[in-house]
Design a protein around this ligand. Structure first.
Ligand SMILES: NC(=O)c1ccc[n+]([C@@H]2O[C@H](COP(=O)([O-])OP(=O)(O)OC[C@H]3O[C@@H](n4cnc5c(N)ncnc54)[C@H](O)[C@@H]3O)[C@@H](O)[C@H]2O)c1
Length: 174
């Protein structure tokens, strides 16, 4: 199994890389930094907004764990966050479809339902939450995570190539 992990040098990515490497998988990691110290993986500097570079990294992979994102509204302008999270995710699914990669697990967020970054005092309709809970967002990050779930479900190339995906933690999948 050769798996591509986008954003693999981040907080979630590093332990995931180690976990996959321990399973004996061939792990390819892309992230923004020129180098990485993650043991047991093949690392490349690659911006997911660069479709050609991303497509080269996608070639030969069996699956993708898509983690690359700007995970906070505090560090970047909304337009930058939106571009990386939404356009970047389009690129990941599109490049995977063209490379014949049919399995993608992506990090969505509980924020797709509203929550921490929101600017209103919203209560959830019920608890514990599940994937049937209605969507709600009042900030760029939460909205971007709603859209990445839509991209996974609706992107024409992904549907045409019958990609299977899961968007965690809501577990929306095909
Ligand atoms: N950590 C959490 O509690 C949490 C909760 C919910 C969802 N998530 C989601 O999980 C994923 C990983 O989160 P994290 O906490 O590890 O964040 P992180 O910021 O530690 O890791 C994200 C990684 O993506 C990389 N990245 C950013 N822009 C990129 C680009 N254009 N091209 C390639 N790489 C790029 C960053 O360099 C970073 O290493 C994100 O999608 C985030 O939205 C995280």
């Amino acid at each position: 199994m050769r798996v591509l992990i986008t954003g693999g040098a981040g907080r979630v990515g590093r332990p995931l890389c180690e976990h996959f490497a321990r399973k004996g998988w061939d792990v390819r990691v892309i992230d923004l930094a020129p180098e990485s110290s993650i043991a047991g993986v093949q690392y490349a500097q690659c911006d997911i907004l660069d479709f050609d570079a991303l497509s080269k990294q996608m070639a030969g992979c069996d699956a993708v764990a898509h983690l690359a994102a700007i995970p906070s509204t505090l560090t970047h302008p909304n337009a930058t966050l939106f571009s990386v999270n939404v356009s970047g995710t389009c690129n990941v699914f599109e490049a995977a479809a063209r490379a014949g990669v049919k399995r993608i697990a992506q990090a969505s967020s509980i924020n797709a339902l509203g929550g921490y970054w929101g600017c209103d005092d919203r209560q959830f309709d019920y608890f514990p939450l599940d994937e049937n809970h209605r969507l709600h967002s009042t900030d760029a990050y939460s909205f971007s995570k709603q859209l990445v779930e839509e991209i996974a479900a609706l992107l024409p190339s992904a549907r045409r190539h019958q990609q299977r995906f899961i968007s965690l933690p809501r577990r929306l999948e095909r």
